[in-house]
Write a protein that binds this ligand. Structure first.
Ligand SMILES: NC(=O)c1ccc[n+]([C@@H]2O[C@H](COP(=O)([O-])OP(=O)(O)OC[C@H]3O[C@@H](n4cnc5c(N)ncnc54)[C@H](OP(=O)(O)O)[C@@H]3O)[C@@H](O)[C@H]2O)c1
Length: 293
């Protein structure tokens, strides 16, 4: 009999990849809120994770063997302008889930972000000093500390900017990028914003593989790329007109949430534990060839 896994944020971008990566080995229950998902090998449960009684009842009924918490308000600009609402979801609901997993004594994976760093150095290791610039990064940082205080055996996965299957989500920037270029629009991309960009399939597989390890783990791509460099790779993979790619600088664009310059992550700890992400080119090719799942 398969063990039971609950995935919060199952209707989201990472959730899409987690459901598919997990279903072969786990009996999967995916929690959704305003949207749903279409995947027959998982059971959908609709619940606002801020409703602790309803959520607790669902978890009691399922009796999970592990929980992966991928629900969040993950739009940094929205968090900047909606601090209280995003705090309820990103911090308070996360604390509640960590407490439940502690009581059940089951693995708990919290999905955090590279944006807990200020981006002044890059190639951050797990024990590097945190200094978030945005409300979203600050909420993730507080939630990390709270998760490990409440349940020291939990796993905090710090994740990079991800790309993935273009049908996964309307808000996936790869999908938007492709349709803009196909429509002949010019797309300006930062040459001075660096991330360890990684395909969401590799990240989902990494979370499942390292679920039983405690503490903070950086899961990201092997390459440190600017947004512009990633755009060139994506344009090549999807055979798009590279002449429509324009380079721009962070200082040219005013956004609600401040943006760090270089939040690339050192993934040597995860690699030593067996994490083996595909390269950006490999994963883009699989998506372009429709061989992703
Ligand atoms: N995408 C990235 O590049 C990236 C980078 C670093 C870290 N992360 C982290 O990875 C995780 C997944 O991100 P993502 O890109 O998949 O985000 P996403 O596509 O925006 O999905 C967010 C998910 O959270 C759910 N959610 C939000 N509020 C909820 C609530 N009150 N109750 C229940 N569910 C709620 C949403 O449900 P509905 O849609 O049904 O409302 C959705 O399933 C997050 O923790 C994020 O911070 C993402």
């Amino acid at each position: 009999m398969k063990k039971k896994l609950i995935i919060t944020g199952a209707s989201g971008f990472l959730g899409y990849h987690l459901l598919r990566a997990a279903s072969a080995e786990w009996e999967v229950y995916g929690i959704t809120n305003s949207k749903s998902f279409h995947f027959k090998d998982a059971t959908a449960i609709n619940c606002d994770i801020r409703n602790y009684i309803e959520l607790g009842n669902f978890i009691d009924d399922i009796e999970p063997d592990a929980i992966i918490h991928a629900a969040a308000i993950a739009d940094a600009n929205f968090c900047e302008q909606n601090k209280d609402l995003s705090y309820e979801v990103n911090v308070e609901a996360t604390k509640n889930l960590a407490g439940i997993c502690c009581d059940f004594h089951i693995p708990f994976a919290f999905t955090s972000s590279d944006l807990v760093f200020d981006g002044k150095k890059g190639m951050y290791k797990e024990d590097a000093q945190k200094n978030p610039l945005s409300v979203y990064g600050e909420q993730k940082s507080i939630a990390e500390d709270e998760v490990l205080r409440i349940y020291p055996e939990a796993t905090v996965f710090r994740l990079p900017l991800m790309f993935g299957f273009v049908e996964a989500s309307a808000s996936n920037y790869l999908q938007k990028f492709i349709s803009q270029i196909k429509n002949g629009e010019k797309v300006a991309l930062f040459v001075d914003e660096y991330r360890s960009i990684c395909g969401a399939r590799s990240i989902a597989e990494g979370i499942l593989k390292l679920l039983n390890h405690s503490g903070i783990i950086h899961l990201a791509g092997k390459e440190r790329l600017s947004r512009y460099e990633f755009g060139v790779k994506a344009a090549k993979a999807f055979q798009l007109d590279e002449a429509l790619l324009l380079s721009c600088s962070q200082k040219d664009v005013k956004m609600a949430a401040p943006r760090p310059a270089d939040v690339s992550l050192d993934i040597s700890k995860a690699v030593s534990l067996g994490f083996a992400p595909q390269s950006v080119d490999e994963e883009l090719k699989l998506i372009a060839d429709k061989k992703y799942f």
